[in-house]
Design a binder for this molecule. Structure first.
Ligand SMILES: [Zn+2]
Length: 543
């Protein structure tokens, strides 16, 4: 006796179901944005939303129809379902959007950062938004045909969806075009096409910037006066620093008491190159400046390479698991982010004070002939990396309470969020002060410290959280960064720049474009790539 054959669904049916689910439910953040822009209440608002959903579903249907082959269809749909649920969760929770820079950051995320982002809500969203529909898709009996027949069906599916697409665009062209023109950020919310587009841009779009790395400043050399001590600079690369939350910059809370006591000088008008670590770090160490960096045809060596060409002893100490984003590839590096010190490294993840540990031994291990020219230590902080701000500061620096302890930031009040963030700045204040105190004990060198953060952060202003919005759309708090300098008396004397004079020039507008040239100037490195006009410390030279 023959068993009744299980009813098989045409592939087109499964494709249509998945496309509609992703275009509709997967785009909750888009619908919320239309609502908050007042576009839904406007005349024809619902038609606009409906046509957006229709366009998304049709594009997804066309893409999936191309791939409606037995071995690939189910895995592709399931991957898209998870991508779309993940994207929807992050856009909904943190009000971020997904573009190429965000995709780069996501691809470079490491396990520790992932742990910070896992919340009960994320698990629920993945379960309902991706796992359940995936289970249905996986268990569906799909009626795949012999390949010729299937190819014909797939092509018909693609053609039909293209015709439908054109018809819908024509019907809703007016409102659609003007909405997309007036609210450019909306296109970064079109889930999951935004993720696919960003990934494609990452894979193919930036190939012009690959290939061999162009050498920079091979002619660099240190110009030292007779009898001068070698210089030592600790360049602290900050993480997620909001200029406005630093007491030194006039913040109502004194988050930086130790730096104030040490007479550190702040430039309160400093601006970042990008809004994320992956975008900012390579740019701020580049000789090209923001514009040149974004338009570059080829990657170049960085500031630390030039310092090394000049014969200086260079060491990059990294307390981020994600590392230096390629900037330190050709100089000696050490990563301190994982350790077993129960105090400094609770749960295996080390706090920033680890950067200041064992510095004497680290310096002593650098080549002696280079040390005689001078030393540059780059310390890459974990800083104020979110969303788990509370993890970034040890108990004794929790000066502002109660603080937000959830990674699901909208759960916290604005005050709790601000407290948790400000505690991370208090701790950074302490780490920087500890660095300065160590530098004060180096009699063989004239010493200096420069602290500049990679980008800022949104702490719930206009319901925005974290960072990484496209530069043109990002609010100032994501781009306005701290730039803090400390020079030992000997260093001030050697370069002819006093702290008082720097303070007097503190109002000058500085950006990451200035970093490359300012550090070369501080270390007295002479090279054709140095541009005095961009060296922020020369303003005092003439004085
Ligand atoms: Zn960063």
């Amino acid at each position: 006796m023959q068993a009744t054959p299980r009813r098989r669904l045409p592939a087109a049916f499964v494709v249509a179901g998945a496309s509609l689910w992703m275009a509709g439910a997967g785009n909750a953040p888009l619908w919320r944005e239309l609502q908050s822009l007042g576009l839904l209440e406007a005349q024809g608002g619902w038609l606009l939303a409906l046509s957006l959903a229709g366009l998304l579903a049709t594009v997804l249907y066309a893409l999936l129809s191309l791939l409606a082959w037995r071995p690939v269809l189910k895995p592709v749909i399931i991957a898209l379902l998870f991508a779309s649920a993940l994207g929807a969760h992050f856009m909904w929770t943190y009000h971020v959007v997904i573009d190429a820079a965000m995709a780069t950051n996501t691809l470079q995320t490491d396990w520790h950062e992932v742990q910070d982002l896992v919340t009960p809500r994320l698990v629920l969203v993945l379960l309902v938004g991706a796992a359940v529909p995936s289970w249905l898709v996986w268990n569906a009996a799909v009626d795949h045909r012999p390949w010729r027949q299937q190819a014909l069906r797939n092509l018909v599916g693609v053609a039909a969806s293209l015709v439908l697409l054109v018809a819908m665009v024509l019907l809703s062209f007016q409102p659609l075009a003007s909405t997309m023109r007036n609210h450019k950020e909306l296109r970064y919310l079109l889930n999951p096409l935004n993720s696919l587009y960003a990934l494609a841009q990452n894979a193919f779009g930036q190939q012009h910037a690959k290939g061999p790395v162009l050498p920079v400043g091979l002619d660099a050399k240190v110009v030292a006066g007779a009898g001068e001590k070698p210089r030592m600079l600790v360049l602290v690369l900050g993480e997620t620093g909001r200029s406005g939350n630093f007491g030194l910059n006039g913040y109502a809370r004194d988050t930086t008491p130790e730096l104030s006591r040490l007479q550190a000088v702040s430039f309160p008008d400093a601006w970042s190159c990008g809004t994320s670590t992956a975008a900012s770090v390579p740019c701020m160490f580049s000789p090209l400046g923001r514009e040149g960096y974004l338009a570059r045809a080829q990657d170049t060596e960085s500031l630390v390479d030039v310092l090394q060409h000049a014969g200086l002893a260079v060491l990059w100490i990294d307390n981020q698991p994600g590392g230096c984003k390629g900037v330190c590839d050709r100089v000696p590096t050490v990563n301190t982010s994982v350790g077993d010190d129960p105090q400094l490294c609770p749960r295996g993840e080390c706090r920033d004070e680890v950067l200041v540990r064992g510095l004497d031994e680290r310096v002593a291990a650098l080549p002696a002939e280079r040390r005689r020219q001078g030393v540059v230590l780059v310390m890459h902080q974990m800083g104020s990396h979110g969303p788990a701000y509370a993890e970034r500061s040890p108990p004794e620096f929790k000066r502002f309470l109660p603080e937000c302890t959830s990674s699901h930031l909208p759960d916290c009040s604005g005050e709790q969020l601000r407290n948790a963030y400000d505690n991370t700045i208090s701790y950074t204040d302490h780490v920087l002060a500890a660095t300065i105190r160590w530098l004060q004990q180096r009699p063989d060198y004239d010493t200096a410290m420069l602290y500049v953060a990679d980008h800022g952060e949104s702490l719930g202003e206009n319901n925005l959280y974290l960072h990484g919005l496209p530069y043109a759309l990002a609010p100032d708090v994501q781009k306005h960064v701290p730039w803090i300098t400390w020079l030992s008396p000997g260093f001030q004397q050697q370069i002819g720049v006093s702290a008082q004079c720097l303070r007097a020039h503190g109002a000058q507008h500085v950006t990451h474009d200035n970093l490359f040239h300012s550090v070369l100037g501080l270390m007295h490195v002479d090279t054709t790539v140095y541009r005095q006009a961009l060296d922020v410390y020369t303003a005092c030279d003439a004085a």
